[in-house]
Design a protein around this ligand. Structure first.
Ligand SMILES: Cc1cc2nc3c(=O)[nH]c(=O)nc-3n(C[C@H](O)[C@H](O)[C@H](O)COP(=O)(O)OP(=O)(O)OC[C@H]3O[C@@H](n4cnc5c(N)ncnc54)[C@H](O)[C@@H]3O)c2cc1C
Length: 515
């Protein structure tokens, strides 16, 4: 490609870029360095409402190990090349595998896909970034190990390291993934290799069992940040329970969210329900059922409340659909089941058990996720509006009914103003809720794209005004989201960046951190 049309990293000349690429080719092999437009296209496939060019990479490199990464860091420091690491690169709706800023070099870690160790007694695993959940699942099956893990919805193609470093969530009792990680290996910008926790000790055999080590615990600074490249991660696996009893409880009214949350919170905090409960709105369930939007909406604008009610009646979907499970022995689950039945009866919910759910696609993929069985059932969401536009708006809420109703109403009003549907769910941590909304729009329609950007922007600012912050954000809005957390936090983050990466070469701009 002529240097005139090329995407180059900010401030790097074409001559220096070519020299750097030659040096990186010598490290990883020519076939693992991509610079031409066509092979780079998958690294520029975004669903966010901004121009592709804003997130176009200059190159992609695929190292096969820590030593290669260390050598690449040397080259990157020499030429001031910004490097954007991805593990499995499936951060779909948050930026996919595209770099946070135009011209960055994607460091694709897919070749580092070794399951280094599974300890069946301690229920731990040590994995590289390229390992997918599906791969880990197959490994456990092949070795006949009765161990489960927690995974996000796109589990068949995504992996534990990328998900954990973005602080993603899943649906088993181990659903808060960072919490259930244990020990990281990180290549720093200067090429040093840091092992966190007990991994810093020579000959340690406790790296995957004790998280804290001695002194400050550093793991957190390598999540939602750009202070290092994570090359190994320990994670805890869960013994498959003798009895697993997933269920759904459907509720008829949108305002029922108040009593659902207030009734479930005590059960979640006391761990009668041990897993991350999902409370999904009709319009999250509909596309995954699947229901066609065009059967209910013909014109532009958001779907009407009447049409939503009709979908509920036509397809047997609740206004809210609660997904949870009991994990134990038959005896403990029998006892806890009585509590679930009593709560459902007291709150006007209709229970659907696994046996009653046969044939329902939406229920089946949820039940599978609650036992860590990878699938892609949730991709049905993209057929709802069509046109390939999606960004997650994901504020944190207290696990209190009044708060969730307030957030739902605020979001629905703002989305409606721009012609978008409320496609949302609440995921109950212990005391918090991840309120996850898929802002679906047609990306081929310039007006919808502009509206989607303005809508996210208004949502962000309206929620921040009420004191609600994002749990995670897409790369197009990284700077704006970081700004909602105030100047002192940002200053500390910048000072850490200066200390650990003075040449600003690891993913500058990720989560709003840059020099
Ligand atoms: C339909 C649908 C449903 C979804 N449901 C969920 C869900 O239930 N839960 C959930 O959490 N997410 C969900 N997602 C979002 C996303 O797809 C997942 O979180 C996915 O696991 C992230 O992709 P990944 O694991 O390939 O990470 P990657 O894309 O590889 O990385 C994610 C981020 O972390 C950084 N990073 C990655 N690897 C490293 C590394 N080794 N060192 C330093 N930084 C690194 C990257 O720069 C990137 O910004 C969903 C997406 C879709 C489309």
């Amino acid at each position: 490609m002529s240097s005139k049309n090329r995407t180059l990293p900010k401030g790097v000349t074409a001559g220096d870029f070519d020299k750097a690429m030659r040096e990186i080719r010598a490290i990883v092999g020519a076939e693992y360095v991509l610079v031409d437009e066509e092979p780079l296209a998958p690294y520029n496939k975004i669903m966010m409402p901004v121009a592709d060019a804003q997130h176009a990479p200059s190159a992609a490199v695929m190292p096969d190990g820590v030593e290669q990464i260390r050598k690449i860091m040397k080259v990157a420091n020499k030429y001031r090349l910004p490097v954007y690491p991805v593990s499995t690169g499936k951060n779909i709706g948050y930026g996919s595998a595209a770099p946070v800023e135009r011209g960055q070099i994607v460091m694709d870690l897919r070749r580092m896909n070794r399951i280094i160790e599974v300890d069946a007694d301690l229920c731990t695993a040590l994995v590289e970034p390229g390992v997918t959940y599906q791969q880990l699942y197959d490994y456990l099956q092949e070795h006949n190990l009765p161990l489960w893990f927690s995974c996000p919805a796109p589990s068949a193609i995504a992996g534990p390291v990328g998900n954990m470093v973005d602080r993603g969530v899943g649906y088993t009792p181990y659903g808060e993934h960072f919490m259930f990680s244990c020990g990281m290996e990180v290549v720093l910008a200067n090429g040093d290799v840091l092992r966190t926790g007990m991994g810093a000790m020579e000959n340690s055999n406790t790296w995957q069992v004790f998280k804290w080590g001695y002194g400050p615990t550093l793991d957190g600074i390598f999540t939602q940040s750009n202070y290092g490249i994570v090359t190994k991660m320990g994670m805890w696996l869960m013994p498959a329970p003798p009895d697993f009893r997933p269920f759904c409880i459907q509720y008829p009214n949108e305002t029922d969210i108040t009593k659902i949350v207030d009734a479930l919170r005590p059960l979640r905090i006391a761990m009668v329900i041990p897993n991350a409960v999902v409370i999904a709105h009709t319009l999250w369930e509909a596309p995954c059922t699947p229901v066609k939007r065009t059967d209910y909406v013909t014109g532009p604008g958001a779907i009407s409340d009447e049409a939503v009610l009709k979908i509920q009646a036509d397809h047997g979907i609740g206004a809210w659909n609660v997904y949870a499970g009991l994990y134990g022995t038959k005896e403990t689950n029998d006892a806890n089941w009585k509590i679930i039945e009593a709560v459902a009866a007291a709150t006007g919910g209709k229970i659907i058990t696994q046996e009653q759910s046969r044939g329902s696609q939406a229920l089946q993929y949820r039940f599978d996720l609650m036992k860590g069985k990878p699938n892609l059932g949730e991709f049905g969401l993209y057929n709802w509006r069509g046109g390939g536009g999606s960004i997650w708006f994901a504020p944190v809420s207290q696990a209190k009914g009044s708060e969730t109703l307030k957030q739902m109403k605020m979001a629905k009003d703002i989305l409606g103003k721009y012609g978008f549907d409320y496609v949302g769910e609440f995921i109950v941590g212990w005391r918090d809720m991840h309120h996850v909304i898929d802002l679906l729009y047609d990306r081929s329609d310039e007006t919808q794209k502009k509206n989607a950007y303005a809508c996210y922007d208004e949502l962000l600012h309206a929620f921040a005004k009420e004191g609600y912050g994002m749990y995670r954000a897409n790369t197009a809005f990284a700077e704006k989201v970081a700004a909602t957390y105030g100047p002192v936090k940002r200053d500390v983050e910048k000072r850490l960046k200066k200390a650990l990466d003075p040449n600003n070469i690891i993913a500058p701009g990720r989560c709003g951190i840059s020099l």
